[in-house]
Design a protein. Structure first.
Length: 153
């Protein structure tokens, strides 16, 4: 239980983590309030992955592959692919494609120990922001499309 509390409270140990938490809450909040079903499902999956990530991270060895985090990313990719296949929205396809890059970064780090741990972490964080951007664009594009064609909502 203490590991869970430490990991959860550890979401905001630094300025970068505080900014990430604010961005995740804003984008997911917009999706929950203004989005339709696909955006709400996507926001929920992203939020749960955001909460699960620090719990699954290996904080004892930052220079080794993050297998637990890779599992979280794989689960989020599965949700994005499911949304891409089941909805008429474009953003889940973009989010799935971007998130696939996260998994490839994990694989590259596992296969080549020469990949810098800092580069690995930066890539994972950057892709996370791009997935959030895809969701945000999807919320506003979905609202625009729903306004043009009310029957598609």
């Amino acid at each position: 239980m203490t590991d869970f509390l430490h990991a959860t409270l550890g979401l905001v140990d630094s300025l970068h983590q505080l900014v990430a938490a604010i961005v995740v809450l804003i984008v997911c909040g917009l999706a929950w309030v203004f989005g339709r079903s696909p955006e709400r499902w996507g926001a929920t999956a992203i939020f749960l992955a955001y909460i699960a990530a620090p719990i699954m991270q290996d904080t004892t060895d930052w220079v080794s592959p993050q297998i637990g985090l890779m599992g979280v990313d794989l689960a989020l990719l599965a949700v994005m692919i499911w949304l891409a296949l089941r909805t008429n929205r474009f953003w889940p396809t973009a989010a799935a494609g971007l998130h696939l890059l996260s998994l490839l970064a994990h694989v590259a780090f596992i296969l080549d120990a020469g990949v810098l741990a800092l580069a690995y972490i930066i890539v994972l964080n950057l892709i996370g922001y791009l997935v959030l951007a895809a969701l945000a664009v999807g919320v506003f594009e979905g609202r625009r499309l729903d306004h043009l064609n009310p029957r598609s909502a």
